[in-house]
Design a protein around this ligand. Sequence first.
Ligand code: ADP
Ligand code: MG
Length: 251
Amino acid sequence: MTETVPYASEVSIAASMRGGYKDYGSGEAAVRALNGINVDMARGVFTAIMGPSGSGKSTLLHTLAGLDRLTAGESSIAGTVITNLSEAQVTQVRRDLIGFVFQSFNLIPSLTAKENITLPIDIAGAKVDPAWFDEIIGILGLGDRLTHLPAQLSGGQQQRVAVARALVSRPQIIFADEPSGNLDARSGAELLGFMRRAVKEFGQTIVMVTHDPTAASYADRILFLADGVIVDEMREPTAEKVLDRMKQMGR
Ligand code: ADP
Ligand code: MG
């Protein structure tokens, strides 16, 4: 069942897409969510993706991470083109290299917070690093919620469980769809500060969708998406610069 996927371990590009198109549906109902995307996510860089609702942000994240397939074009993870891999091989790549924070959390209702967090590691048959687990739980303030089921947690707490699950295996690349969207200002700032530190101190690669200029200002660069196209890029963003940019775009 385990097909081995060769990774190019020295590549400096963690994820990339060339000529990426994604269509949903067909005929009259067809929607082109991605309309020719060329992008490189360099290792050790924190990229934010911004754009209006429906501009293709989630689709871009899902197709970069191998959760969904492009209609045309190709995407690569750590130098491996994943577009033509089998489902089993793509799953293997995801398991080995990727952490994903879903916009809708995707927690398993029948598992406790702790069981949800360690699930990817348990499935891979690997061991949880207890010091790293404790550090993540401490930063995310989940210590007294570990035995709760998702239904017993607030939206913000469920989001933090989803973030912890993505971080606990120390993946090479973290994709996060609005990870601070349901958090209050303080826990949002703590989470974003932690993500920024992971990039600076451990060379973590992060790609994060957000609509919040303050959240985006934690990134090294921002890509602006509109109608499935990358229309602009900003380096070393500040919340103020992002706000100005959004006003120009008519939000
Ligand atoms: P964003 O995350 O920027 O809000 P999405 O990537 O979710 O945008 O969606 C981009 C476009 O694709 C939207 O028009 C949306 O309605 C459409 N879309 C997304 N997912 C699906 C799907 N599973 N089936 C049909 N259309 C979809
Ligand atoms: Mg979305």
